[in-house]
Ligand binder design. Structure first.
Ligand code: G3H
Ligand code: ZN
Length: 278
């Protein structure tokens, strides 16, 4: 199956009453595990890669790999740029065939954030690709993106930000954090307020470590997408770490990579089932 356009995937989520996971990939093993997990559950969602991760590979390498792995799969999956850090990255991803984009200019002052997001939206909409942007600052660490800040989304800015930028998805900062080092404390009254004010669906970053009942509760507030990175990365790294602890002479990268795919796929399936469970 071809990659699915981000708008189509949003429609799919709406029609089926789903909150879609966005799983971050880095390499072949994570990509294969994520796509296998989607296929096994029969549910669709996003496979994502952040700007920082694209320094390790490139938009083209990632897009070609994802398309190749997707070839015999029948579940709808969009390829998403996560935390797009520059207009150049956005353009390179669109050129490579990404079907959904996030531009993250949330570190900039409000007006500059709007300007940066606006020009990305104009560009992406020309190619029929939806855009996600962030308002507020999500604390914690993701790849080489570290935010010491923990500034929640200001509800007073929501309407203006959404209207002036013309974004399709709004990433919120409501106490969610990146990584596994900090404890997420979701502010549900704030989420409810933002949901009332936003004319576009919401996205929750920092999914790893958020109790699933809280994700399901957030789903009721027009949440359409929840991002998972560290959870899968830990499953991947743990596979190699445990093998090394057992045998310091271990060198069978082939079997361990296969095992890592199995272990990550298990996490993918569990997460997909949990976020839309009862
Ligand atoms: O953008 C990606 C996610 O927000 C990943 O966060 O590593 O805490 O799951 P996480
Ligand atoms: Zn994130």
């Amino acid at each position: 199956m071809q990659l699915v356009n981000g708008y189509k995937l949003m429609e799919y989520a709406k029609t089926n009453g789903l909150v879609l996971p966005a799983f971050n990939t880095t390499n072949y093993e994570l990509t294969a595990a994520i796509i296998k997990g989607y296929e096994a559950t029969g549910l669709g969602g996003y496979i994502a890669i952040s700007s920082s991760n694209l320094k390790l590979s490139s938009p083209k390498i990632i897009a070609d790999m994802v398309k190749a792995v997707m070839k015999d799969v029948c579940t709808p999956i969009a390829l998403h740029l996560d935390h797009g850090k520059s207009f150049e990255d956005v353009k390179a991803c669109i050129d490579a065939g990404f079907t959904s984009i996030m531009v993250d200019a949330s570190h900039l002052p409000f007006e500059e954030n709007i300007e940066e997001v606006k020009r990305t939206v104009e560009y992406c909409h020309f190619y029929g690709i939806p855009v996600e942007a962030e308002l507020g600052a999500i604390g914690g660490k993701e790849d080489d993106h570290i935010s010491e800040e923990d500034a929640k989304t200001n509800p007073a800015d929501v309407q203006e930000f959404v209207e002036r930028t013309n974004i399709d998805l709004l990433a919120v900062a409501i106490g969610n954090v990146h990584g596994m080092d900090m404890q997420p404390q979701l502010d549900f009254p704030l989420l409810e307020e933002i949901a009332q004010l936003s004319s576009v669906p919401l996205v929750l970053h920092g999914g790893s470590g958020i109790p699933f009942d809280q994700v399901r509760r957030a789903k009721k507030q027009n949440l359409i997408k929840v991002n998972y990175g560290s959870d899968l990365r830990q499953a991947f790294i743990r596979t190699f770490g445990q093998a090394y602890e057992k045998n310091h002479n271990e060198f069978d990268i082939n079997s361990l990579s296969k095992q890592a795919i199995v272990n990550v796929e298990e996490r993918v399936k569990a997460i997909i089932a949990e976020v839309n469970g009862k």
